[in-house]
Design a protein around this ligand. Structure first.
Ligand code: AMP
Ligand code: MG
Length: 341
């Protein structure tokens, strides 16, 4: 299959062409404000199955369904939990996915046998235009080969998906850079399943109590039943093994410098870029600029695969605000191999 790049800047019919492919049951790379998604008609199980094949995604890892208007949630969910409207008023359109009870229109291919479904209303104008033009909700996981870092440019998507999907709608670089926050409203107490662009502090300001799933802090064995199945798989990992060093940035930089071996890569805050002259250095952004770190973290993790590094040391922000999401992606890339200094 030839994968075409549809660029709204060069082709005024790009969105319509992408929507026509979706209506035919094809898979299209879709820009969103978080990361690129691999979109298919969420109501068509055969189309959704193609997403799993293109990604090599495990069959038990459900997909998020993207809508363009809040009222579409009532078509997909028979009993919308009362907190959903408050969350939508605060954070939609935006980088928040709500897990809610699922209605019959959502095929098993999307929910992977769960009785819940994740729903998100993205803020990216091209994503919303595409959902509207397709005329159906779009199931879309991140547009990367399973296990690799997520994709934040059309070039990243092409690198993983060339020949595997019909088209990529090119919306330039994603603004947030990490995937959506996933919060479950299906239990008694709201539960954070994945940190993302909407912070835990922001969620608590709207919902009061929000529990935090243990998958945020540890690797979960493949045989364990978890709330967000995606959290148990090796994720975001470059080919070379990553070790995270946590603590005061000066101290972590000094620790890394003292442990440099041959063919070493370093993911560090901008302030320390000159500390590792013999290493392949990738800068994560200034240490206090969490938004910049979120925007580039996947690009920097991906870039190591274009080099011959054999090991990677990484600095990482504290678990506060957007830092919780950035740190989660880096820790997962490291398989939770973490040294505290
Ligand atoms: P991705 O599509 O790569 O952004 O991953 C979507 C994430 O949302 C994965 O971690 C999924 O396991 C999680 N997810 C999707 N649907 C559900 C659901 N119904 N219940 C719990 N987690 C879900
Ligand atoms: Mg993903």
């Amino acid at each position: 299959m030839k994968t075409s790049i549809l660029s709204p800047g060069r082709d005024e019919n790009a969105v319509q062409t992408a929507a026509a492919l979706l209506k035919q049951g094809e898979v299209v790379g879709m820009p969103t404000e978080t990361v690129y998604g691999l979109a298919a008609n969420a109501l068509d199980g055969r189309a959704v199955a193609k997403i799993f094949r293109a990604k090599g995604r495990p069959q038990d890892n459900p997909l998020i369904v993207h809508i363009a208007d809040f009222d579409q949630i009532f078509d997909l969910c028979p009993a919308v939990p009362p907190q959903a409207a408050a969350l939508a008023a605060a954070f939609w359109p935006g980088p928040l996915t709500m897990i809610v009870p699922k209605g019959d229109r959502i095929p098993q291919e999307v929910s992977c046998g769960l009785d819940t479904v994740g729903i998100r209303l993205p803020a990216h104008p091209l994503a919303r235009a595409l959902i509207r033009a397709a005329g159906v909700p779009l199931a879309a996981p991140s547009a990367n080969t399973s296990g690799r870092p997520s994709t934040t440019t059309a070039e990243h998507v092409l690198r993983d998906m060339d020949g595997k999907i019909a088209a990529i709608l090119d919306g330039g670089a994603c603004g947030v850079g990490v995937e959506s926050t996933v919060v479950s409203l299906a239990g008694d107490t709201p539960r954070l399943l994945r940190p993302g662009g909407v912070t835990l502090e922001q969620l608590r300001a709207v919902l009061g109590t929000v529990e935090v799933d243990r998958a945020l802090y540890e690797t979960i064995g493949a045989d364990v039943q978890v709330s967000a199945p995606g959290m148990k798989y090796r994720h975001y990992a470059p080919k070379a093994p990553v070790t995270v060093v946590r603590g005061d940035p000066q101290r972590t930089a000094a620790y890394i410098r003292a442990h440099i071996g041959s063919a070493t890569g370093v993911l560090c805050f901008d302030e320390y870029r000159d500390w590792f002259p013999t290493c392949t250095v990738a800068c994560l952004g200034a240490q206090d600029d969490l938004a910049a770190q979120a925007r580039v973290v996947f690009d920097r993790l991906r870039a190591f695969d274009e080099t011959s590094v054999a090991q990677i040391w990484a600095q990482c922000p504290p678990d506060e605000g957007l830092g919780l999401a950035v740190a989660n992606r880096i820790k997962k890339a490291a398989g939770f191999r973490i040294i505290e200094v």
